[in-house]
Design a protein around this ligand. Structure first.
Ligand code: FES
Length: 92
């Protein structure tokens, strides 16, 4: 089951895009968080531009079909807990 849910973080570079708004650091922070729970780093992937960067950085969770906008590193634990923590506990 641990392979099902994915968190996609947009870190696309370019002026006004998510990468310029901290998307790269956010991606790294998500990876640290999931690895801390014993989940594979591949639970967090980079997302291509979805034309929502005015609200960026944006994060999408599959297959939950949930979008997060204006995401900051401080939001990471809560988002991971909400969507992936069950997978971490299901592994045990
Ligand atoms: S660069 Fe992230 S949505 Fe466009």
């Amino acid at each position: 089951m641990a392979g099902l849910r994915k968190i996609f973080v947009c870190a696309t570079p370019g002026e006004g895009r998510c990468g310029a708004k901290g998307g790269g650091e956010l991606f790294e922070r998500f990876r640290e968080e999931v690895e801390g729970l014993g989940l594979p780093a591949s639970a967090v992937l980079r997302n291509g531009c979805s034309r929502r960067h005015e609200e960026g950085p944006v994060v999408f969770v599959f297959p939950d079909d949930v979008w997060y906008t204006h995401v900051s590193p401080a939001d990471v634990p809560e988002i991971v807990e909400r969507h992936l923590a069950r997978q971490a506990s299901a592994k045990d």
